[in-house]
Design a protein around this ligand. Structure first.
Ligand SMILES: Oc1ccc(F)cc1Nc1nc(-c2ccncc2)cs1
Length: 348
């Protein structure tokens, strides 16, 4: 604690053992504090040592109230880029437990990623395992999943309609869970959808851009600034136009992800050069991207999820119901469609 500063023994003492979610609500103000510190904030030696945080998994074991890379845990390999930081696989030195970790620079750290994520408990959302401050950075830990939808799309280019609908439905279940808790994800895309080993289950991750919303689904965050750090091809028209973000923005992005799964590329890029935001807010919805081979229930759900007016756009729950209908209409998920269940196109 002598190097802790900020919150003193209370917090560091918690690192020694499992912290219940109930207790963790006292931890977040600490992270909110760090978030407010001036980005120009010079790193004093106390900061260099600062290592406060919270670990929610008993196989992530701090030693002497510290949990640092190269001492209490090691980075094994780079996984991919997350929002505002690289994602690596780490291993706890004492227990051998492995998980994913993302190091976020102070100036990009949003305590929303912690506070929104830790409030979730859905089988379709990856579990947050903890967060510790590390000098000028914050390191976030989460469950390691064997697969990622973006990786499957790189290997298979496009997915059969039944599998694409099966994945979309699970992502919409996750969005229903988030929106019911007044949380917006705001970066729905294949890179942030992880997969189980058998490729049957999806897990939403990366809440680096998430925001809270009010009862009407409107973001409570005041205008953030000109550039929206989300993924341009999946950006809803109201977001591209700089209007207030709402839960329907996640619905639009989930439909862009469906088009990505069906076409093997995101919408817009085959017809327009960047910057896309002007086109997205001025052009009609990209319904020309809907493959002609698709079942008409799939086309219908895309029309409902890609309405430009967020007020008329389907909610996550309405779109999930339409996705269930479309999945039934194509005969349900054919197990042979699952990834890893047959030669890859390159191997065939
Ligand atoms: O926001 C985070 C906070 C903590 C983390 F450890 C990771 C992320 N973000 C992401 N993780 C991934 C990923 C993880 C594991 N395997 C494949 C991809 C993709 S985006």
């Amino acid at each position: 604690a002598e190097v802790g500063g900020g919150v003193g023994e209370g917090l560091l003492a918690k690192l020694r053992g499992k912290v219940t979610r109930a207790e963790s609500r006292f931890i977040w103000p600490f992270f909110k504090e760090r978030e407010k510190q001036q980005p120009m904030h010079e790193c004093t030696d106390a900061d260099e040592q600062a290592n406060e945080g919270i670990l929610l998994h008993d196989l992530l074991q701090p030693a002497g109230w510290m949990y640092r890379e190269g001492l209490e845990y090691d980075s094994l390999r780079h996984i991919q880029n997350g929002s505002y930081g690289d994602v690596v696989c780490i291993q706890d030195r004492r227990t051998g437990f492995q998980c994913a970790a993302k190091r976020v620079a102070q100036r990009h750290f949003s305590s929303e990623e912690l506070s929104t994520w830790s409030a979730l408990d859905s089988p379709h959302v990856v579990r947050l395992l903890g967060a510790v401050s590390e000098g000028p950075n914050v390191v976030l830990f989460m469950d390691l999943k064997p697969g990622c939808l973006a990786q499957v799309l790189k290997e298979r280019v496009k997915l059969p309609e039944d599998l694409a609908l099966h994945y979309l439905r699970q992502v919409l279940w996750a969005l229903e869970h988030l929106h019911r808790r007044l949380i917006l994800h705001l970066d729905i895309k294949a890179d942030n959808v992880l997969l189980s080993a058998d490729g049957r289950n999806t897990f939403l991750c990366d809440f680096g851009l998430s925001e809270r919303c009010d009862q009407n689904g409107k973001s409570t965050r005041t205008y953030r600034g000109p550039a929206f750090p989300g993924t341009e091809t999946h950006m809803a028209p109201e977001v591209a136009g700089g209007d207030q973000r709402c839960c329907k923005a996640d619905v639009w992005s989930s439909c862009c992800m469906l088009l990505h799964m069906l076409n093997g590329c995101p919408p817009w890029v085959r017809y327009y050069a960047p910057p896309l935001c002007l086109k997205i807010s001025s052009e009609p919805p990209p319904l020309w991207e809907v493959p002609s081979r698709c079942n008409h229930f799939t086309a219908r759900l895309l029309r409902a999820g890609l309405r430009k007016d967020p007020g008329r756009r389907a909610s996550a729950r309405e779109l999930r119901r339409k996705t269930t209908k479309a999945l039934r209409a194509v005969g349900g998920l054919n197990p042979s469609s699952l990834p890893g269940s047959g030669p890859l196109p390159t191997e065939a």
